[in-house]
Ligand binder design. Structure first.
Ligand code: WQD
Length: 333
């Protein structure tokens, strides 16, 4: 079976993509240094994939390590997740973000070139758009000045991929994720933030489980129907399956391409809370607080390009995401 190298494969989106790759008949080859993931994820993935995977512990910035893995496993394609992804942290420590996110991609591309591997799927983000003037955003929506070093690294990496694709006959796809939420329905893998969660849903499920104080909704005075921010919350398994479609696409199409990977719908923070309460029967402890600096008011995706060119679209609802997120939180007891 064709091997697909998954850097950051023990992470939230990476681990779910490993399962989707296995289900599609590929052999996942995972690289992870556990800097932002737990080693237990590998054991759980072996359960979910009947051990049909390979794992190598190491850092994508370690050229010698990467060269050995690529030479020994000879993957058909690479999915590159391994990167730092906390917006606030990137403002506090921009150098670490440029080293990890930009230098890491360069190391992956150089070792691919040296091993004649031509296909890569890259983990980008809707952050590249900044605060859009119009929603839904299409892939042609003009990108604004990044509002964080994290967003800047994603814009730089997309440009690097586009330039290297043109010069080296690389076949590459950048997937612009919206807001990944939920967990695998088995509750064996899910979002496992180390320390205090940055993102809404893990904070919400931990507050509901009584593991921390009430959730603070960061502002209800925005120009939206209920005053809270609007996002495109996509089930992580839908997002994982988009990576399988993208691997197939890079193995059969030349050039560089970008795709919005979202549901195509916007939901507010309060609508997400209502969805969670309705499918779990739990009451979310929350209060309304001040706006969070740097938050954009609203963003959601136009997903027609992924539907028409990747043959991919979401099949899971926000209720499905909330149900699976709660099952995952309960499994962590
Ligand atoms: C969502 C909404 C908050 C926490 C970021 C990155 C993006 C991607 C996903 C990596 C916002 C509100 C949150 C809380 C709240 N990451 N919120 N109380 O900021 O949309 O996107 O994470 O790729 O690139 O930018 O996600 O989950 O932090 O926030 O009210 O305790 O929930 O204000 O409106 P965000 P988020």
């Amino acid at each position: 079976m064709q091997k697909i190298l998954v850097t950051g494969g023990a992470g939230f989106i990476g681990s779910h993509t490993v399962v989707a790759l296995h289900e599609a008949g590929y052999t996942p080859v995972i690289i992870d240094d556990f800097s932002n993931s737990a080693s237990s994820v590998i054991d759980n993935l072996k359960d979910l994939t009947t051990s049909d995977l390979l794992f190598f512990r190491g850092d994508v910035n370690d050229k010698t390590f990467m060269q050995k893995v690529m030479r020994d496993t000879k993957p058909s394609a690479v999915i590159h997740f391994a990167a730092k992804k906390a917006v606030g942290e990137s403002v506090a420590n921009p150098l670490a973000y440029y080293r990890s996110n930009v230098d890491g991609l360069l190391t992956v591309l150089e070792t691919m070139q040296e091993n004649d591997i031509k296909s890569i799927v890259f983990s980008s983000s809707c952050t590249v758009y900044g605060e859009p003037d119009v929603c839904p955003v299409t892939e042609d929506t003009p990108q604004k000045q990044a509002t964080s070093p994290y967003g800047a690294t994603k814009q730089m990496c997309e440009r690097i991929l586009e330039d290297v694709t043109q010069s080296d006959a690389l076949n590459s796809v950048a997937l612009r994720y919206f807001n990944p939420v939920g967990a695998h329905p088995s509750a064996k893998i899910g979002e496992l933030p180390i320390g205090d969660p940055n993102n809404l849903v893990p904070f919400l499920t931990q507050a509901t489980a009584g593991l921390r104080g009430p959730l603070t909704v960061f502002g209800d005075d925005y120009g939206t129907p209920d005053g809270t921010c609007v996002r495109d919350f996509i089930h992580v398994m839908d997002l994982a399956e988009a990576h399988v479609s993208s691997v197939k696409y890079t193995l059969s199409h030349n050039g560089y391409n970008t795709f919005n990977i979202g549901t195509g719908h916007g939901n507010s923070v309060l609508e997400l809370i209502k969805s969670f309460e309705s499918v779990t029967g739990q009451k979310v402890p929350y209060s309304i607080g001040a706006r969070r600096p740097g938050d954009i008011v609203k963003i959601w995706a136009d997903t027609n390009k992924a539907k028409n060119e990747l043959g991919w679209q979401t099949t899971r609802s926000l209720d499905d995401s909330m149900r699976d997120a709660w099952h995952w939180q309960q499994s962590l007891k």
